[in-house]
Design a protein around this ligand. Structure first.
Ligand SMILES: Cc1cc2nc3c(=O)[nH]c(=O)nc-3n(C[C@H](O)[C@H](O)[C@H](O)COP(=O)(O)O)c2cc1C
Length: 195
């Protein structure tokens, strides 16, 4: 693997009261920290001011509109990230509204970046959210990597302290995804500089 150090933003998509998302995100951030080649930011959308009312002007015309002050840290993290991992549950067979709002407030910040996913939920393990997000990120000219991590019925897989009962499989899935993410993020970072 390349030794290039890239910036990775891990985004906690759910803002639901009593959410499980931070447990999954922290587990993944630890895996990413063990994987050479990434500097990591964890971004919690529950701490971001995310109005549903989007700016009046299309991002094609005004890619960086005036944003709420409470969105600045999110924007800065996305701006400097080479790779972004979205940690998302399935909510009614798709992603939570909070992540769509965070995506829609940004534009150039996604452009030619590498995107990975960690899903968790009931039976479907976040896979429906992940598939829908792939389509959204196509529109933003981002590259979503093939491999992902999924925790179907996560409540059977973690103990009450948030520790994975059988970590080997998920750890292998995280490593495979991080390898792909590093390859793509590195290639895209070089191409963005050359363009
Ligand atoms: C409104 C709502 C809809 C849900 N829809 C699904 C679903 O379609 N498929 C699924 O597997 N789990 C579904 N779930 C279960 C969630 O994925 C699960 O509660 C998960 O913990 C949500 O993530 P969070 O705890 O980080 O908010 C749903 C939960 C809620 C509250």
């Amino acid at each position: 693997m390349s030794s290039t150090t890239l910036r990775l933003a891990v985004v906690i998509a759910s803002v639901r009261d009593g959410r499980f998302g931070p447990v999954v995100a922290n587990w993944f951030a630890e895996r990413a920290g063990e994987h050479a080649g990434f500097e990591i930011d964890v971004i919690d959308l529950a701490e971001v001011d995310l109005p549903h009312a989007l700016p009046a002007t299309s991002p094609m015309i005004e890619p960086n509109p005036v944003r709420p002050d409470g969105m600045a840290a999110l924007t800065r993290s996305l701006e400097r990230a080479d790779a972004i991992v979205i940690v998302t549950p399935d909510i009614n067979r798709s992603y939570p509204a909070s992540i769509k709002t965070a995506i829609d407030w940004h534009f150039t910040q996604w452009d030619r970046k590498a995107i990975g996913f960690v899903g968790y939920s009931g039976l479907t393990g976040g896979l429906l959210a992940i598939e829908h997000l792939r389509s959204v990120f196509n529109e933003l000219n981002a590259h979503t990597v093939r491999n992902y991590v999924s925790f179907p019925r996560y409540y059977l897989l973690f103990d009450n302290d948030g520790t994975l009962l059988e970590p080997e499989g998920p750890e292998a899935a995280a490593t495979a995804m991080l390898d792909q993410l590093h390859w793509w993020a590195s290639a895209l970072a070089a191409a963005r500089v050359a363009a």
